[in-house]
Ligand binder design. Structure first.
Ligand code: KIV
Length: 275
């Protein structure tokens, strides 16, 4: 997935699940970002990002909701289509929205099929042993699955808020058992969110499928961030986030400059006007 020095994208013209497995086997970390729209997705493709996740975080980062539990299946179809139509190389993963799979394997497959029709190449769902039947059914239907363990945002109420999971020995053991169970059910990759670095390292060691960390330390096989956090647009400064740009500042400056030039009639100038 990356150059021999491990710093740049090379390789496949189209990223497939097997490339993530190769990357794990070779010890070469890969990158995943959320994406929800055409221009950001194209920028991430140009940057060599390997996997684009149309996360249900679209509800909180784009649609103004306070929880991903408000994101609907229709939202996921709309934004998955936008991203999938806009890029070629990255692997496209889409979230199954809250309420679309907990009710059983048949619902999981029905909604998974619709995400694949919208352009997803893999679907992600949150949970461990409790959703093994759903994972099995999706895989049997030919739909690749990415699991999601640790802090699972759709369960924010049950988990009493955004909290690191698996801090004690019993919690860490449960996470490892869940990871093995969903791998056995057919999950081809597993996101680990808000998990102590040593626990994520242990899980990464015991599973054969790639792990993808968010707030899970450096030992995971890949990393994922919400793009607006990564680019400094959201203003969210959680401990696990590094802002690689300050888009909020740059965008505010650009809009301010535009407002000023409109007010003083220096924009549009003759070069922007038709004879
Ligand atoms: O929806 C999302 O953005 C996610 C990431 C946090 C992994 O699930």
């Amino acid at each position: 997935m990356s150059t021999p020095s491990g710093t740049g994208p090379v390789g496949p013209a189209k990223v497939r699940i097997r490339h993530l497995h190769d990357a794990k086997d070779r010890g070469r970390p890969f990158s995943m970002l959320t994406a929800y729209d055409q221009y950001s997705a194209q920028a991430f493709e140009a940057a060599g990002i390997d996997v684009l996740l149309i996360g249900d975080s679209v509800g909180t980062t784009v649609l103004g909701h306070s929880s991903t539990t408000a994101t609907t299946h229709q939202d996921m179809l709309t934004f998955t289509g936008a991203v999938a139509r806009s890029v070629h190389r990255p692997l496209i993963v889409a979230d199954l929205a809250f309420g679309t799979y907990e009710t059983g394997p048949a619902d999981a497959v029905r909604h998974g099929v619709e995400l694949i029709r919208a352009g997803a190449e893999m679907v992600k769902l949150e949970g461990g042993r409790a959703i093994v039947p759903q994972i099995r059914a999706l895989v049997e239907a030919g739909i690749p699955v990415m699991g999601h363990l640790g802090f699972t945002p759709q369960s924010v109420n049950a988990l009493s808020g955004h909290r690191v999971q698996g801090r004690d020995a019993a919690g860490a053991d449960q996470l490892a058992e869940d990871a093995l169970a969903i791998q056995e059910a057919g999950a081809s990759a597993i996101v680990l969110e808000l998990v102590p670095a040593q626990v994520a390292a242990r899980i990464t060691e015991v599973v054969t499928v790639p792990t993808i960390g968010i707030g899970a330390g450096p030992s995971c096989d890949g990393q994922v961030l919400v793009w607006q956090d990564m680019a400094g647009l959201s203003g969210f400064h959680g401990k696990f986030v590094k802002a690689f740009a300050d888009l909020r500042r740059d965008l505010t400056h650009a809009a301010e400059q535009y407002r000023v030039e409109v007010a003083e009639r220096s924009y549009p100038g003759p070069e922007h006007s038709f004879d």
